[in-house]
Structure formats: C-alpha cells, structure tokens
Design a protein around this ligand. Structure first.
Ligand code: G3P
Ligand code: CA
Length: 291
C-alpha cells in the first residue's frame, strides 16, 4: 500500500480509537482538540488591522495566535500590511498626494514609517504605524503569542521567502521552540510555500485555498496546512485533507477563514477544522468554549 494511504488508514483507525479512549494524553490531544482561534490581522474588528495595537488587543483578550500579511518596501524592508496599496489603511494619499497609486513597493520604509495607520479605524488609534516585520515579531514574542505569517503578493516581491526566513532566523523564530508550535508561514501562492519548505524544511507551512481533493496529495509534499475560505469548506473536504500526512509526518491541518459569528464558528468546528481565523476572536472563542 502507498505510504500516504497507510497513513490515512492509520489516522482513521486512531480517530475511531479516540472515541473509545478517555480524553487525555497525546492521542486525545491530536484528535479531539478544540479548534485554535487565530486573530486575523490581529484582533482587527477592534483595532486597526496589522498594527501592533491589533496584536496587543488580541493579547489582552487572551488570544495567543495572530495572523498578519507581509510585503516589501521600495528599499527592501519587510512590512506588515494587507493591501498592495497604502491607500485604504493609511493617510498616504494625504501625506504624499503626488504618489498615486500609493503602492507599498513604491515607498521606502522611512516614508511608510511616517504614515498614520490608525486614524482610518478610529481617532483613539491615531498615530499607529505600519510595523516592520521585525517590530511585529518582537511584539508577538514579547506577548508570548504565536504567528501565522502570510507572505502576501509574493509575485510582486522576488526573493521575499528567503528574506522573510532570514529575518525570522535573526529574530530567533527558527529555533526548535518556534518551529514546533509557534510559527506557521502561509500564502495563496503554492510556489511561494513550496519555496519556503525547500529553503527551510523545518518550518510549518500552509496553503491558502481549496485545491481539488485529487490534487491534495501533491500539496501534502510541501505544506502542513490547507487553509480554505469557510464558504468553500465542508465536512467531507476537511476529512479529505486530514486523511493525508504532510511533510512532517503529521496529518494535515485545516485553518479556515474568515469567521466572525458564533453560528459559523460552530459549523466550522462541526466540520472538524483545526483552526478558525477571525477578526472577532472573542466571539469565536466564546462560541467554541463548550466545544
Ligand atoms: O489567513 C487567511 C486570510 O488572511 C486570507 O485572506 O485577504 O485576509 O489575507 P486575506
Ligand atoms: Ca492574510
């Protein structure tokens, strides 16, 4: 029998065994754990997305996982921002009126550091900045949180995978403690995730999307997670992903996004997902408390 088929059969048997065993120990932990709650762009319903304030807001809620988006400036600095333009989440249009369309990659890190990334969200956040990735990981570490790092638009930033890994390594995020449960690197680009895996095979990786079931075994050679939109997911799809063994000889995991209400969170949990990515981590955590 093919190795992956053996693993799938083993997983199914272990799942059946878990129903008969007390809910303690490593086996129960793997099979029956409540889905993790991941604060999407930080606790972004309550603080401006992808800022240190959003990280801190998640921390104050007791949420240990935060998600972010990493891109690169004109002068090669990694910064944390979702859109490829500065326009929506900063005052770039006001500060640099002649610089349309205000693409992140057309501004230096010093220019971006001048921008207000908080006022658009609310006056209390005036003066919040677009963090560099270095500032961001230091704050996550300081808060004892964990990071789901998204490499955003990698096609715009050749070499961003190597650069991101270098920064993570310099900041101490590629040691055993971080590699075994504190860091996941994800992207909508399979090529980008494959590159991360090839450069640093110890890193846990995630592919954002919903590949056809028939293609999942190919993904399982380089990614540990398949992270689909909740609208595209079903119990059967989650089971198909989790039946596979990934590059680290663990079953594949599923983190679904972006779930902001209790009933959808419960539905996702019912599908068996391993993580729920949310702008409202308090709502999702509350919904899943009894799960
Ligand atoms: O982590 C999942 C989610 O962030 C993917 O979509 O557009 O919010 O980066 P987006
Ligand atoms: Ca993201």
């Amino acid at each position: 029998m093919h190795a992956r088929a053996v693993a799938a059969t083993t997983t199914a048997l272990l799942g059946a065994a878990a129903l008969l065993l007390p809910a303690s120990g490593a086996l129960a932990h793997e099979v029956a754990e409540r889905p993790r709650v991941i604060a999407h762009r930080g606790a972004s319903a309550y603080a401006p997305e992808n800022t240190l304030a959003a990280v801190d807001r998640a921390e104050r809620m007791g949420i240990d996982w935060v998600e972010n988006d990493v891109q690169r400036t004109e002068d090669g600095q990694l910064v944390v921002i979702h859109d490829d333009s500065l326009r929506r989440t900063t005052d770039a249009e006001e500060v640099f009126p002649e610089r349309a369309p205000w693409k992140v990659r057309d501004f230096t890190a010093a220019e971006i550091a001048r921008l207000d990334a908080g006022s658009w969200f609310g006056p209390v956040y005036a003066g919040a900045r677009v963090p560099t990735l270095e500032q961001y990981v230091r704050r996550v570490e300081h808060n004892h949180q964990k990071l789901l790092l998204e490499i955003k638009n990698p096609e715009l930033y050749p070499g961003i995978e190597r650069q991101t890994l270098k920064l993570l390594g310099n900041e101490g995020w590629l040691d055993r403690r971080h590699l075994t449960g504190r860091l996941v690197v994800q992207s909508f680009s399979a090529d980008s995730i494959r590159t991360v895996h090839d450069l640093k095979p110890g890193v846990t990786t995630g592919f954002l999307g919903t590949p056809p079931v028939a293609e999942l075994p190919g993904y399982a050679t380089f990614t540990d997670q398949i992270n689909p939109s909740y609208a595209s997911v079903s119990r059967g799809y989650v089971a198909a992903v989790q039946a596979l063994t990934g590059p680290h000889d663990r079953r594949l995991h599923v983190f679904t996004w972006t779930v902001d209400d209790a009933s959808t969170a419960l539905r996702a949990a019912g599908y068996g997902v391993d993580g729920v990515i949310t702008n409202r981590p308090d709502v999702v955590r509350g919904a899943l408390r009894g799960w």
